[in-house]
Design a protein around this ligand. Structure first.
Ligand SMILES: C[S@@+](CC[C@H](N)C(=O)[O-])C[C@H]1O[C@@H](n2cnc3c(N)ncnc32)[C@H](O)[C@@H]1O
Length: 292
């Protein structure tokens, strides 16, 4: 009977595989459902920041922007990518992602990031770094693209936060020595699948963290613990910084790698409502809170 069902499904293009029990086991964190938290949005404007005119002029210097920045007082800017993508072009996307995983991170830190040192890997123009700075953390953000670090510094100057710094750095050059020590919290958001070697990338990422790693990545939909390879060109401000192979692990692949690396606990952050981007709802993307 089992075989007949398998054969029938195979005829329809589906294959059933048993997932080894070990690859599914994750020492659970068992977080309680945290209270809702929204990002600070529109962003506040610091007292001594640039004027409207200067901000408009500075934003216009860059052709491409990954986030639709919006500031108190009404200044707002559109997303602009060189490759149109309905997912990446949705201005709600970072706000929905924030409401999805940041409550879990905050809950794990008693509801505040005050006094925490946070690393924002591949920070782009600084959306996450600035939010963490507004939550009281001391933040370092880095990205491989110099123009994105210029943008991040512009947003920082407008918001008027001093507890965040940005620098140009390639992921593979990240080290405690190059970033003045380790971090209580490491954000690996939207970058793992722009890199060629996820196990080494996770090892390096984890080595930067003292307490938590917040991991958010595109995943292969397979139920098996595997890694799918693609070729990526550096064609957009949201893509890999150089041409080459990039790797999409499946969810169980991510968890197997965390286990291999000796992470003490991890929990996939559950989807709590439907107000989320389609890739999360369609199981093509997932997030984990990892206790290192
Ligand atoms: C999809 S965006 C994610 C931005 C942000 N972390 C987020 O989740 O909203 C990917 C970012 O990774 C950066 N990036 C790609 N390859 C990198 C590398 N090797 N080193 C550092 N940054 C890289 C890109 O420049 C881009 O800003």
């Amino acid at each position: 009977m089992k075989r007949a069902v398998k054969r029938a499904l195979h005829g329809l293009g589906y294959d059933i595989h048993r997932i080894p029990r070990d690859s599914r086991q994750s020492p659970p964190i068992h977080l309680q459902e945290p209270p809702d938290i929204q990002p600070v949005w529109p962003l506040p404007r610091g007292a001594n920041g640039p004027s409207d005119e200067q901000i408009l002029k500075e934003f216009a210097r860059y052709e491409f922007w990954h986030y639709a920045y919006s500031f108190e007082g009404g200044l707002a800017f559109p997303i602009r990518h060189s490759i149109p993508s309905p997912l990446a072009n949705d201005p709600q996307r970072p706000l929905q992602r924030f409401a999805h995983f940041m409550p879990y991170l905050l809950q794990a830190h008693g509801g505040s990031l005050q006094g925490r040192r946070v690393l924002d890997i591949a920070c782009n123009s600084g959306f996450w770094s600035i939010q963490c700075a507004l939550l009281g953390a001391e933040v370092v953000g880095f990205d491989a693209r110099p123009e994105l670090i210029e943008q991040a510094n512009l947003v920082k100057a407008i918001v008027g936060v001093s507890n965040v710094s940005f620098r140009v750095l390639d992921f593979w050059n990240m080290s405690a020595a190059s970033l003045d020590g380790m971090f209580d919290i490491v954000l690996s958001l939207g970058v793992l699948y722009h890199l060629p070697d996820p196990l080494e990338a996770l090892r390096l990422t984890r080595s930067m963290a003292r307490q938590h790693l917040l991991l958010d990545t595109a995943v292969s939909r397979s139920l098996e613990p595997l890694i799918k390879l693609f070729w990526e060109e550096p064609v957009d401000i949201s893509s890999a910084s150089r041409s080459g192979v990039v790797a999409f692990p499946s969810k169980s692949g991510v968890e197997l790698m965390l286990r291999h690396l000796g992470a003490s606990k991890w929990e996939e952050i559950p989807l709590r409502n439907k107000n989320m981007p389609a890739d999360y709802l369609g199981r093509a993307r997932a997030s984990w809170l990892v206790t290192v």
